[in-house]
Design a protein around this ligand. Structure first.
Ligand code: BG6
Length: 485
């Protein structure tokens, strides 16, 4: 159960000199604080290996905040001065973590804080295990108040490593203390999926195999690998996007109505979706990698020519796959999932295509196409949903044309908050609804295990194209097609 209001705490970031802290967490903490939404008296403790003192860390943070243009320089300076401090972790020994614990206790004592702590692991995967061991051995898993641990993705790199990580976490923390982040769950449009489906009778009554022909989920990115070669080479699109973000979208689209709005009620239903998936075979998957091409009007290198990428890399930057859910609601309805980098534009959406009417009286006199009705849930950059349906074109001829009825968040509510902002407040409140539970993360790795073990051969697509044409085969072989551009 969530607390009514966030309580003052120490927000301890392990990996505080890294990208995530500098580019995402700091700007969010600054904005919450500037709007008075961060509990007064709370402090940020940056923890990392780098030899810095408080002043050096504040300087680093202030320059990141200035780059992010979050506010005037004086306000940024005042925020850094009053809220941030730094602790250098010399290594991963028990003594180092005991040093950290002493530091936190001293801060809490000096600032009269109640001992609530958020331990945010903004670290690469291989640092999770020694860090969690250190935290446990130094008894940092329980403080004088509540303690919560936040883990960034990737949560493991396959089923076995995710299970090992869950076991280690379970040794030191209760599940209610653990917050596994998937930042897609912080996006308003993703959270809206529950409201859209379960607050609208007209939606839920047709959301099943009787009425739905197919579901497709696309998470397209225009960017390439950027400066993340080291990480991306250990991941690839299946681990980086499909196993987490795309699968989360799938569970929210396909789940049964939860009994209540409680976190576990919702998460139980999400797990059942994954448990009902028919095992995916290598022939259900297309793995692609971008070659040189054009993006945003300029020539861009292929993946293998990107800095830090081996010239013979077989890491995929694109995945398309098909699957079915063997349950009462979805039996025989195909789900098509895809994601890729260096596609023409950034676009995340879910397209639900309805079955054609059983008899079409309008196709008798002359041949013209009646398109199936579609609901498109727009996750980003456009946010909202659209309903595509047929209307009569005025005139004597009984001619139909597809029309789109649109709801865009920006038109009604203005800009939406960053997903991280929503999730950090949830952690402060102790609300795990929009975080991934242990069994959920394992079920999702289990689903993709056959592909990770037997990856299908790589195919290639030029940067800026729609992705490998082989992706069409997945839909066509099952008598379907992709609708998204
Ligand atoms: C991250 C992936 O989790 O999500 C990145 O590691 C990807 O590779 C990013 O670019 C996409 O997030 P968003 O919110 O921009 O769709």
């Amino acid at each position: 159960m969530a607390d009514p209001a966030p309580q003052p705490h120490l927000f301890v970031v392990l990996g505080a000199t890294g990208n995530l802290m500098q580019r995402k967490l700091l700007p969010v903490l600054y904005s919450l604080s500037a709007r008075g939404q961060w509990p007064k008296g709370s402090l940020v403790v940056g923890v990392a290996r780098r030899a810095l003192d408080d002043a050096g860390f504040r300087e680093l943070a202030a320059s990141s905040l200035r780059v992010a243009k979050v506010g005037p320089n004086e306000t940024i300076g005042a925020f850094c001065e009053s809220v941030l401090s730094y602790h250098r972790l010399e290594g991963e020994s028990q003594a180092s973590f005991e040093g950290l614990r002493n530091h936190l206790e001293q801060l809490e004592h000096a600032h009269n804080l109640p001992g609530n702590r958020i331990l945010y692991l903004a670290l690469p995967l291989d640092a999770f295990t020694p860090t969690l061991e250190g935290i446990g051995q130094a008894a940092l898993n329980h403080g004088p108040g509540w303690t919560r641990v936040v883990l960034e993705k990737p949560f493991g790199r396959d089923l076995a490593s995710a299970q090992a990580l869950n076991q280690l976490l379970g040794r030191y923390f209760q599940e209610s203390q653990i917050f596994r982040i998937d930042h897609y769950l912080g996006k308003e449009t993703v959270q809206n999926l529950l409201v859209f489906r379960f607050a609208n009778m007209f939606v839920e009554s047709v959301w099943n195999r009787e009425h739905i022909e197919q579901v497709e989920i696309t998470v397209a990115e225009q960017i390439g690998v950027e400066d993340r070669a080291e990480y991306y080479e250990t991941a690839g699109a299946l681990r980086d996007m499909i196993q987490n973000h795309v699968t989360q979208l799938l569970t929210l689209v396909a789940m049964e109505p939860p009994a209540t709005r409680e976190a576990d009620s919702i998460r139980n239903e999400k797990v059942k979706v994954l448990q009902s998936a028919v095992p995916i075979r290598p022939e259900d998957v297309v793995r692609g990698q971008y070659t040189a091409g054009a993006s945003g009007g300029r020539g861009v290198p292929g993946y293998r020519q990107e800095p830090g990428i081996p010239p013979n890399s077989v890491t995929e930057t694109f995945v398309a796959l098909r699957l079915k859910l063997d349950n009462w609601r979805w039996k025989n309805v195909p789900f098509f999932l895809r994601t890729g980098k260096r596609l023409p534009a950034k676009s995340t959406n879910v397209i639900v295509t309805f079955k054609a009417p059983p008899v079409s009286i309008f196709q008798t006199e002359q041949a013209y196409e009646v398109n199936p009705d579609r609901i498109t849930i727009l996750v980003q950059p456009q946010e909202g949903f659209e309903l595509a349906f047929e209307v009569k074109v005025p005139g004597r001829e009984p001619r139909a044309q597809t029309h789109r009825m649109k709801f865009h968040y920006a038109d009604v509510f203005g800009p939406l908050p960053d997903g991280y902002e929503t999730l950090l407040v949830d952690v402060m409140l102790g609300d795990p609804t929009h975080f991934v539970r242990a069994d959920e993360v394992e079920a999702s790795w289990r689903l993709y295990a056959p592909i990770l073990e037997h990856p299908p051969p790589l195919v290639f697509y030029p940067a800026g194209s729609e992705g490998p044409p082989e992706a069409h085969r997945l839909a066509e072989e099952w008598g379907h097609r992709w609708y998204a551009d």
